[in-house]
Structures are given as C-alpha cells and as structure tokens.
Design a protein around this ligand. Structure first.
Ligand SMILES: NC(=O)CC[C@H](N)C(=O)O
Length: 311
C-alpha cells in the first residue's frame, strides 16, 4: 500500500517538475557543467525493501560534484576515525561553498567536511600514503561497491575542465598547506578532488549508494555493514547541518532531511529507516543548490510525512 503510494507520489513529482518554468541557473564556472540540459529532472527513491521508485531522467548520469563529499568523508573516517576532526570541524559555515574567509581566522581548519576547503582536507587524508591514482581508484571502487554497479565512471572532460579553471580551489588548498593542514603536494590532492567531484552517476545509482545511511550503516540488500550505526547517524547529522552550505537552514526548514547537494544539480537525501533518495535538476539557486531538486524533495517529504522533525 505505502509502496504504491510512493510510486504515485514520485511519478507526480517528476511530472510537476518537468512542467515548471522556474528552473534556476546552470553552473557555469566549470565550463563543462554549463553544457547540462536545464530541462532535465530525475528522481529515485529506494525504499526499505530495496524497491526503486523512479521518475523522469532517473537513469541519466550527471556530474555528482559535491555529493561525492559524503562518500569521501565516509572513507576518511574509516581510515583515521575521529582523528579526522583535528583537520576539519563539524560546524555549519554560513558561507558559500567555496569561501576562504574563515580559514584565516581559524588556523587553516575548515569549518566542516562539505565546504570545498573541508572536502579538500578530507581528500588529502584519503591520499596520504598512496599515489593519486590509487586514492582515486579506492574512491571509485567504493562508489561501485555501494551502488552495486561496476559501470560507474569518472567524466574526464569535467575533471579536466575543473582542473584548468579551479583557481579558487587551488587558493584554498595552498592556504591550508601554508597552515600545515595539507600533507600532500597541492596538485596531487587537487587532482584527486577534481576527479572525485567529476564522477558521473544517475539518481538511481546515487540512491542505491546511500542505502547504508538510511539503514543504520548497513546495506539491507547485501546485509553487509558499511559503517557502524553511530557513524551513519553522525554523517547524517553533518549532512543536515552543513550539506547545503549557507542554504542548510532553509533546506532543513523546508525538506527536513539530511541532504547533500552538488553544483551538477544533484541532491542526495536520507529518510532514516525509510528510504534513500536522489534528485537531479541542473538549475541552481543562489547558494549553488538545485532549485527544483529542493522543491521536489520538499513535496516528497510533505506528501509522505517523512520529515525527521515530524509528519
Ligand atoms: N558545490 C559543489 O558541488 C562544488 C564542487 C566543485 N567541484 C568545486 O569544487 O567547486
């Protein structure tokens, strides 16, 4: 019954979003991303039984960009545990995703793992002790394992495009290196960072990959524990407070789920115990979060009564 309702709700939302005229602005600061189709919209919801409910362009791969930071955070915590929090904080920044201002006053320790500076520090942790190619291979294998899909790949065109134009990220990385908060050569860390941001995945693949976050650290279809329940809970807490940068308060207010956005227009969201969800629409709002993606998630949580703050 509830699975049927979810099917109907997901299909309705996809139709409503396809028809809307307000679609936000596609990101242009990474030249390859400017080529995305502003008319695209996809949604995938994997329920607790592992059943997929999809609508619109749910199987079209897009550049996951900062959504990848959820998975690099998971890997870095697996590698160094709570020592990670010496390198990066856990507080919302209230500033743009690519802001540099807090780094000067806060000794090169980024506020959280989801702003660019924080994610670059996390990537540096994964890289330590490895060659860039090995670190990237580890990230990609993790994504393929979680999504149970070996076809997931990096879009080299997007990675190269950002590598040629990512001057702000280079500034962030060099600045952190000056404070001793980057261990590897800046170009290596940035190379891995740009490439994991350039992983291409569909809504269905992303929602599959996040199942462990919705189910206490365990992938219910394989029965394998990816992380402990405590760690899954904590990653979700960070997504709720920091996953949408200076739009995190608005997202919690309207949607009421832990979520992580990317400038490719994707948003990954977690309804604990109920579902993992991915939406995609390339047009962004002023904070760099998918405009229709957020509206679609707001409609979904309202119609299903899924907000973590109450039905
Ligand atoms: N918010 C994002 O998705 C930003 C990721 C992008 N690769 C950047 O570093 O600018």
């Amino acid at each position: 019954m509830s699975s049927q309702k979810l099917d109907v709700v997901v299909r309705e939302i996809a139709e409503e979003m396809k028809a809307r005229e307000d679609r936000g602005e596609v990101a242009r600061y990474i030249p390859q991303l400017a080529r995305a189709d502003p008319e695209a919209f996809g949604i995938a919801v994997i329920d607790a039984d592992g059943e997929a409910h999809v609508g619109g362009d749910a199987d079209v791969p897009f550049s996951i960009q900062s959504v990848s930071k959820v998975f690099t955070l998971t890997l870095a915590l697996g590698k160094v545990g709570d020592r990670l929090w010496r390198r990066v904080g856990k507080e919302p920044s209230g500033t743009a995703f690519n802001s540099i201002v807090q780094l000067e006053h806060e000794s090169g320790i980024p506020r959280n793992p989801f702003i660019n500076a924080g994610a670059i520090a996390v990537t540096d942790v994964i890289l330590s002790g490895h060659q860039p190619r090995e670190a990237l291979g580890e990230i990609l294998r993790f994504m393929r394992f979680l999504a149970d899909d070996l076809t997931i790949a990096i879009d080299e065109g997007v990675a190269g495009s950002e590598q040629r134009t990512g001057f702000r990220n280079a500034a962030l990385a060099n600045y952190m290196r000056a404070f001793g908060n980057l261990e590897n050569p800046v170009e290596y860390t940035l190379g891995v960072y740009f490439h994991h941001c350039a992983i291409a995945m569909s809504c269905r693949q992303l929602a599959m990959a996040a199942r462990f976050l919705a189910h206490g650290g365990r992938n219910p279809s394989t029965g394998l524990n990816v992380v402990t329940a405590e760690r899954a809970r904590r990653i979700n807490a960070l997504m709720l407070t920091c996953g949408h940068y200076d739009g995190s308060g608005e997202f919690a207010y309207r949607v009421g789920l832990p979520g992580k956005s990317g400038v490719g227009g994707g948003i990954l969201a977690v309804a604990p115990g109920k579902a993992s969800i991915a939406v995609w629409s390339p047009g962004l709002d002023a904070s760099g979060n998918s405009h229709l993606g957020r509206i679609a998630l707001e409609a979904l949580t309202r119609r299903m009564g899924w907000s973590i703050f109450g039905a």
